[in-house]
Design a protein around this ligand. Structure first.
Ligand code: AMP
Length: 187
């Protein structure tokens, strides 16, 4: 037994934490046939939220991340906390029409529907080390579109981080060249 004093997070254990116990499955939301992975119970528990962010941060702390690119909307929650921890900037990728200045835009497919994502044209400088963050990777269509935007802006993508990976949907195959790290995996 050892205590994780490094972040003073209060977890006493040698085993990786099972964060899935704080995630709720909501069947048929937002559409019939979709099992929505609800992270609000993880977020509302301060020590658990902190440990989750600490674990993600530990994975990237030595990578020299300049910018965390976070995906609307739940990605903002994880991405902002992680960026704060890493001392990096946070760049929002938003749904069409939400960002006020000049944007680059990409179409993408969702597990449930299709949409467009935008980022400010001056959000990423060429050569910056970028970490892409969202709450869930499902089919991978969203993160694929974001990765294309970042590459077109000549950002150096270090990785893509998620709370949850839905492995059966094989989202990782859409971003084969990008290392993926997720805290919770569902088969
Ligand atoms: P995808 O593009 O299929 O990888 O979908 C990822 C995006 O859709 C993320 O922004 C998630 O927030 C959301 N998402 C997709 N499937 C789910 C799900 N089963 N539960 C919760 N969020 C989901």
């Amino acid at each position: 037994m050892w205590e994780n004093n490094h972040h003073n997070s209060g977890l006493v254990s040698g085993a990786p934490e099972d964060f899935s116990q704080y995630c709720r499955d909501v069947p048929d939301f937002p559409k019939k046939g979709i099992i929505f992975r609800d992270i609000t119970n993880l977020l509302k528990n301060g020590p658990v939220f902190k440990r989750a962010i600490n674990q993600l941060a530990d994975h990237y702390i030595l990578e020299g991340i300049d910018t965390v690119v976070s995906i609307e909307a739940r990605g903002f929650i994880i991405g902002s906390a992680l960026a704060h921890h890493l001392g990096s900037g946070m760049v929002p990728v938003r749904k069409k029409g939400k960002l006020p200045w000049r944007v680059y835009r990409k179409s993408y497919d969702l597990e449930y529907g299709q949409d467009q994502l935008e980022v400010h044209q001056d959000g990423i400088e060429p050569g910056q080390n970028v970490l892409i963050v969202d709450d869930v990777i499902a089919t991978g269509g969203t993160v694929e579109a974001v990765a294309k935007l970042v590459k077109e802006m000549k950002g150096n993508i270090i990785g893509a981080a998620f709370l949850i990976e839905l492995e059966a949907l094989k989202g990782k195959e859409k971003i084969k060249d990008i290392p993926v790290y997720s805290l919770i995996k569902y088969c």
